[in-house]
Design a binder for this molecule. Structure first.
Ligand SMILES: [Cu+2]
Length: 158
């Protein structure tokens, strides 16, 4: 049956990933933290004018249950990072700190221009297009993930 074939393929992929990490002794039932919270496609767009905030975009997926809330975001090299949302007000896009974001199982949340994004209030002077830095996202259940973001010049985001 098609359903059981898919299930078998998933289990096989899971155990391959575990042995690649050198932890094949552990039971494969519970996904490891690094696999439960996955961020991809990270990029940090520098401000057009120095001294202004930088923006960070990525896709993030939580592969478990309980709907934890995204608690904080930090960027290596910066002290102050906020989780922002963009809303339309009277036809104008306004951004500000986002209401708590629940991570629903296997639902990808996109941080993208015109939507959710991280706002780095104090971008490092040393950041240059073509370099990369690391972003850490923490959930209120104690789980977190750190992933690389590629640094891009202003205007490259679209
Ligand atoms: Cu913002």
């Amino acid at each position: 049956m098609k359903r059981s074939t898919l299930f078998a393929a998933f289990v096989l992929a899971g155990s391959t990933a575990l042995s690649a990490c050198g932890s094949s002794d552990e039971p494969a039932e519970e996904a490891k933290p690094a696999e439960r919270l996955v961020a991809e496609g990270g990029k940090l767009v520098l401000p057009a004018v120095s001294g202004r905030p930088a923006a960070v975009y990525f896709d993030i997926t939580y592969n478990s249950g309980g709907a934890p809330v995204m608690e904080s975001a930090s960027v290596e090299g910066a002290e102050k990072t906020q989780i922002h949302a963009t809303d339309m007000k009277n036809g104008t896009a306004m951004m500000g700190e986002a209401a708590p974001i629940s991570m629903l199982a296997r639902q990808t949340i996109k941080f993208e221009p015109g939507g959710y994004h991280l706002m780095v209030m104090d971008p490092a002077d040393s950041w240059k297009a073509g370099d990369s830095t690391n972003v850490t996202i923490k959930l209120d259940n104690g789980e977190e993930t750190t992933f690389p973001v590629e640094i891009q010049a202003a205007g490259d985001e679209r």
